[in-house]
Design a protein around this ligand. Structure first.
Ligand SMILES: Cc1ncc(COP(=O)(O)O)c(C=O)c1O
Length: 384
């Protein structure tokens, strides 16, 4: 490998959210932020940008728009026009803006659960009626959308808040399932608000399918949210973008930013430009490394963590661990106190999540090994 993903950095005292939540003896494996250095080409570009000592209010330039548009074409054969991008300081503000602009108070907003907590909570911010929809678990352990229930829930229009690839399940939605979901949304005139922030992190040779690429009709009803933040590990630069291909919809959603959602910072925009124009070799190696971590974790859960079960994530660096067989009241608290490993509590992702924890395996292998060894010891001590 050209890039070193094994190097462990001390992130204490850097203001890192991930490393600030717990005392220093806890290994944090929670929030979706990786413990790898950002791509060196991005760091170099930021250093160069800072040779100019001004960082005032900034606006997306043509070269940034063009880098993104070219990337969308290269990765997904998706033809997007530069003016169809709206830049935002976060995907979260984007899906909230879309709900505010497009959904009427009496309409439903469907959110699949378990799901990323800010997606679960977004309808409530706008007084909208949230319908939580579980997944069907198939015999092979994969998850699928219960289409009949989705159909019922969207009878009056409204919106579907989609997380694809899915956090926390690591599900990369296959094209046929997306098509079936889109058909239902189109039939009822529902909006599809598609959070695709993890798009670039698909494993085993899979390619992400953006919802809006299914057809021009689907594109007209879809608001896509993307960012370089997850794949290139630059989440703290708070730069993301929406893709809205229908001009009228774009104007409506953009108006919803008024008074709330400000412009994007210049360093975030420069980092995003470099991510999409120069960092592809880094991303290719990262995916190999992450897939290795995933396989290491799957094997460790099977052989060293009795009572824990997981499906193989198809995407993201997040693993959804089913701890039901351990019979614990609160698995997150158990591993925090007994293993000194800081995981995300399953209950935050859905009311049925009590027996689950989410583990972030986006870290040097040594940290992953350490986390697993700590969890293994805590389970052994419990039995002893
Ligand atoms: C599915 C999903 N959407 C959005 C976000 C947050 O994005 P942002 O920081 O751009 O608001 C995350 C972060 O973990 C996420 O996993």
């Amino acid at each position: 490998m050209t890039f070193d993903f094994d190097q462990v950095f001390d992130r204490h005292d850097t203001g890192s959210t991930k490393w600030s939540r717990y005392p220093a003896d806890v290994l944090p494996m929670w929030v979706a932020d990786m413990d790898f250095a950002a791509p060196p080409m991005i760091i170099q570009a930021l250093q160069k940008r800072l040779e100019h000592p001004m960082v005032g209010y900034s606006v997306a330039q043509d070269d940034l728009r063009e880098a993104i548009v070219a990337d969308l074409w290269n990765k997904y054969a998706w033809r997007v026009e530069p003016q169809e991008l709206i830049f935002l300081p976060g995907v979260e503000s984007g899906f909230n803006m879309a709900l505010k602009a497009l959904v009427q108070p009496q309409q439903n907003v469907v959110v699949q659960v378990p799901n990323y907590p800010p997606l679960r909570h977004a309808p409530g911010h706008w007084g909208l009626n949230k319908v939580e929809l579980g997944f069907d678990e198939q015999a092979d352990g994969s998850y699928s959308t219960p289409l009949a229930t989705l159909n019922e829930s969207l009878q009056g229009g409204g919106a579907l808040l989609l997380s694809n690839p899915h956090n926390p399940l690591g599900k990369a939605f296959p094209r046929e399932e997306l098509q079936a979901i889109a058909d239902i949304c189109l039939e009822h005139g529902a909006w599809i608000i598609s959070d695709e922030i993890h798009a670039e992190l698909c494993f085993d040779g899979r390619t992400h399918v953006p919802m809006a690429t299914l057809s021009p009709q689907v594109a007209q009803r879809t608001i896509t949210l993307m960012s370089a933040s997850k794949a290139y590990n630059i989440a703290g630069l708070k730069t993301s973008f929406m893709i809205i291909q229908d001009r009228h919809v774009r104007e409506r959603v953009n108006q919803a930013r008024c008074g709330m959602v400000d412009s994007v910072n210049p360093l975030g925009m420069e980092a995003t430009r470099i991510a999409y124009s120069e960092a592809a070799p880094w991303l290719a190696e990262l995916k190999v490394y992450l897939q290795g971590n995933r396989d290491y974790l799957v094997e460790a859960v099977r052989t060293r963590l009795p009572g824990i079960r997981m499906n193989v994530p198809q995407s993201t660096y997040l693993a959804w661990l089913d701890c039901s067989a351990l019979g614990l009241d609160n698995p997150q608290q158990f591993f925090l106190e007994q293993a000194k490993v800081g995981l995300s509590a399953g209950l935050d992702f859905g009311d049925d999540g009590q027996q689950f924890v989410r583990l972030n395996f986006g870290c040097p292998r040594a940290l992953l090994e350490e986390g697993i060894a700590r969890m293994e010891r805590s389970l052994r001590n419990r039995v002893a």
